[in-house]
Write a new protein. Structure first.
Length: 87
């Protein structure tokens, strides 16, 4: 398999990352799922996907329910994470 044959996956993941960031900024909760086994065909039937479409991931989003558990983001110091010319 040629490495370039995976370009569509890379493009989808870049778009997904931007969608997750934008949704979070709008106060939405998000979850993505990579379909396995026969899930892809079942999902294609449910959403009536056109022939030839590939579903490489699913993204769900919505406003968190009142009282929903919202995990706290880990606080990091960028000076401990970003290094110039060294690790």
């Amino acid at each position: 398999m040629e490495q370039s044959s995976l370009n569509y996956f890379a493009s989808a993941w870049c778009a997904l990352e931007n969608m997750l960031l934008a949704a979070t900024d709008e106060g939405l909760g998000t979850v993505f799922h990579i379909p396995v086994a026969d899930e892809v065909e079942q999902i294609k039937k449910i959403v009536n996907a056109p022939e030839g479409y590939e579903l490489i991931c699913l993204l769900t989003m919505g406003y968190p329910a009142e009282g929903a558990f919202l995990p706290k983001q880990k606080e990091i110091d960028i000076h401990d994470r970003i290094h110039f010319n060294k690790f």
